[in-house]
Design a protein around this ligand. Structure first.
Ligand code: TXA
Ligand code: MG
Length: 349
C-alpha cells in the first residue's frame, strides 16, 4: 500500500535547507508516482493520517492537507517549494463550519458567502486561534472558501477538519486544471490524486477582504467582480507587489511557463521565428503553423477562455518553442482576471 511509503511529512528522503527564505526541498529519491483515482475513502484515509492529497475544485486542483495539523501544513509548503510568507486558503463545506474558524463575519462578507458559496470566491476573515499561524503566515486573517465541486464537497463533509489547499503546482508555475498536470509535477511527492475531471472555471478564486468599510479585491479570479459589486457595492483593487508580506497574494511574478512569455494586443501580434508558440483569443494568425497556435475561445467567450487558459499555456510550454506570444483578451468581466494571469506569467521570476 502506498501510505507506508509516505509515512510522514519529513521522511528520510526529503531534505530541507533552512538557510534559505524559501523551503528548499530536494526531490524525493523514491520515484513512486501518485495513484490517481476517484475513491473518497482512500483520499480521506491519507488526509486523516496527515498526508497530502491533490483535490479537484471548480477553479484549479488543490494540494490539500489537514489545516489543523501543523506537520501536514508544513509539508504543503515543502512539496510546493512555497515561501513561508505566502499564506494558504482553507476549504470547508458549510457556513456552519466556517464559523468554527473565523471570529467575525462582516455584513458584506455574509451576503457574499450566502449568495456566492459554493463558488470561486475566497473571503479573508479574522481568524480564531484554532487555525495555526503557519496556515496564515502569521496574519490575523484567514482565507476561507467553500469550493463548488461535488466530489470535494463530499470529501469535506466527511472530514472533521478543513483542508488547507494552495494550487497543486510548484510555486510560481502554472496552476493545474487536470489530474495529469498534478501528476507531471508533483506525482513523486504525494500519494494520491483525487480525480474530479477537468476544472470547470480554470482560474483561481477571486479573493476578497474587508477593511473598515471598504471591500478590497486581493486577487482577480474566477468570480467576476461585477457579480460582487451588484451585491455589495463598489470594491477597490489591491495593486500587485513583489514580496510585501502584508499583501502576500499579490506577488507580481506567478503562474509562469518556463519559456519567456510576451504579451500583445491583437493588432500588434506578428508572426515571429519558427520557434514561437502563440496563445490567441479567438482567431488564428495567418502564415503560422497551427500546431504552434492555441485559441482560448473560438466562440469569443471569456468563460471558455478562462477554462482553457492554463491548460493551453502548459501545452505551449511543452512544445519545442523558445518563446510564447500571447494576446491580451478583452478587458472586462473575467477578461480582467485572464489578463492579470497573463501579465503575471510574463514577468520573469
Ligand atoms: O481557487 C483557488 O483559490 C485555489 C483552489 C485550490 O482553491 N487555491 C489557490 O491557492 O489558488 P493559492 O495558495 O495558490 O493562492 C492563494 C492566495 C495566495 O496568493 C495567498 O497569498 C493568498 O491567497 N492569501 C491566503 N491567505 C491570505 C490572507 N490571510 N491575506 C491575504 N492573502 C492571502
Ligand atoms: Mg497558486
Amino acid at each position: 500500500m502506498h501510505s507506508g511509503l509516505f509515512k510522514n511529512n519529513l521522511n528520510a528522503n526529503t531534505r530541507i535547507c533552512s538557510a534559505s527564505p524559501y523551503f528548499c526541498v530536494l526531490k524525493q529519491q523514491n520515484n513512486i508516482l501518485a495513484v490517481t483515482g476517484s475513491d473518497l475513502s482512500v483520499a480521506k484515509e491519507f488526509l486523516i493520517k496527515g498526508e497530502l492529497v491533490a483535490i479537484p475544485t471548480e477553479t484549479v486542483y488543490g494540494l490539500a492537507g489537514n489545516a489543523l495539523n501543523e506537520k501536514a501544513v508544513l509539508s504543503i509548503f515543502e512539496v510546493k517549494n512555497r515561501p513561508a510568507f505566502d499564506p494558504l486558503i482553507i476549504h470547508t463545506d458549510s457556513l456552519k463550519k466556517v464559523a468554527i474558524y473565523v471570529s467575525d463575519v462582516p455584513e458584506k462578507a455574509r451576503i457574499l458567502a450566502e449568495k456566492l458559496w459554493p463558488g470561486p470566491l475566497t473571503l479573508l476573515l479574522p481568524k480564531k486561534d484554532i487555525v495555526p499561524d503557519l496556515v496564515t503566515s502569521g496574519l490575523d486573517t484567514v482565507a476561507v472558501r467553500i469550493p463548488d465541486h461535488a466530489l470535494t464537497r463530499e470529501l469535506l463533509a466527511q472530514l472533521s477538519f478543513p483542508l488547507a489547499a494552495p494550487s497543486a503546482n510548484p510555486f510560481g508555475y502554472i496552476s493545474p486544471t487536470k489530474p495529469a498536470h498534478v501528476e507531471q509535477q508533483l506525482g513523486d511527492r504525494i500519494p494520491y490524486i483525487l480525480d474530479g475531471g477537468e476544472c470547470e472555471v480554470g482560474i483561481e478564486s477571486t479573493i476578497v477582504g474587508f477593511e473598515n468599510d471598504e471591500t478590497i479585491v486581493y486577487r482577480l479570479g474566477g468570480l467576476d467582480i461585477n457579480e460582487i459589486e451588484s451585491l455589495i457595492g463598489p470594491v477597490a483593487l489591491m495593486p500587485h507587489s513583489t514580496s510585501d508580506p502584508k499583501a502576500p497574494g499579490m506577488l507580481k511574478s506567478h503562474y509562469a511557463p518556463r519559456k519567456p512569455l510576451h504579451l500583445y494586443r491583437r493588432d500588434a501580434i506578428t508572426p515571429g521565428d519558427a520557434g514561437t508558440g502563440y496563445l490567441l483569443f479567438d482567431r488564428y494568425l495567418d502564415g503560422v503553423d497551427r500546431r504552434y497556435q492555441r485559441l482560448l475561445s473560438p466562440g469569443h467567450d471569456l468563460k471558455e477562455a478562462a477554462h482553457n487558459l492554463f491548460a493551453y499555456l502548459r501545452e505551449l510550454d511543452g512544445l519545442p518553442v523558445s518563446e510564447i506570444k500571447a494576446e491580451l483578451v478583452p478587458a472586462s468581466g473575467l477578461g480582467l482576471a485572464i489578463n492579470d494571469r497573463l501579465q503575471r506569467a510574463s514577468v520573469p521570476a
